[in-house]
Design a protein around this ligand. Structure first.
Ligand code: ATP
Ligand code: MG
Length: 197
């Protein structure tokens, strides 16, 4: 879809111009707000994406979650099936290696595959979101397919999008089958998408 691609490219360009300092500071603010959410505090099992380039950084979130005793699940991109497979991560510094599209994922020796049904909360990456929770992702439909599958099988997992404030738009075109996130956390606020939906 041309318009979607144009918006995606524009926002990726803006994101690529953030300084390392900006990425670090804003990601830390997002972490604070995410960790303040009751549904996050309650969650025993949380899936995180591992950030690439200037995406909202999740490394500290992952390490803090492990330290506080949560079960942390990380995706492996399976190009063959077009699906994300989730694996339990126990140590951030030693278990990851670059995988598909250059995203860090668990090395084969550290793969402990878990079913999506075990997730209480899913942290979702995005290039842009609108206030109703619709999202523009990395562009290959992996999270779309995964979230549709989860919402069919487990209705009570919370989907939380992480974004810089400039990535929150008034409206994003969405298609039948797109699964909106429940909340979006930016460096400035928590957006409760169901209020707008
Ligand atoms: N719910 C879905 N089930 C199956 N395929 C889907 C679904 N949503 C999107 N797709 C397919 O995935 C491809 C990419 O979709 P889209 O442009 O929406 O990606 P995206 O949302 O930016 O990516 P991602 O989910 O990986 O972050 C398209 O070919 C689309 O048809
Ligand atoms: Mg999509």
């Amino acid at each position: 879809m041309i318009e979607k691609d144009a918006i995606r490219e524009k926002l990726k360009l803006i994101r690529s111009k953030l300084s390392r300092e900006d990425v670090r500071t804003k990601s830390a603010q997002i972490r604070e707000l995410l960790f303040s959410l009751p549904e996050f505090q309650r969650a025993k099992s949380v899936s995180f994406y591992v950030a690439k380039e200037n995406e909202v950084q999740t490394d500290h979130m992952i390490k803090d979650s492990l330290r506080s005793g949560k079960k942390v699940l990380i995706p492996i991109t399976d190009k063959e099936s077009g699906k994300l497979i989730f694996s339990e991560l126990r140590d951030y510094d030693t278990e990851l290696e670059p995988g598909a599209f250059g995203v860090l994922e668990p090395e084969p020796a550290y793969r402990r595959v878990v079913s999506p049904a075990a997730m209480d909360l899913i942290v979702v990456p995005g290039v842009a979101f609108d206030v109703k929770g619709h999202r523009l992702g990395r562009g290959k439909g992996y999270y779309d397919r995964f979230l549709s599958e989860v919402s069919l099988n487990k209705v009570d997992a919370q989907f939380i999008g992480l974004a810089y404030e400039f990535q929150v738009l008034k409206e994003i075109q969405h298609e039948h089958g797109d699964v909106p996130v429940h909340k979006i956390v930016t460096e400035k606020r928590i957006i409760n998408c169901r209020v707008f939906g």
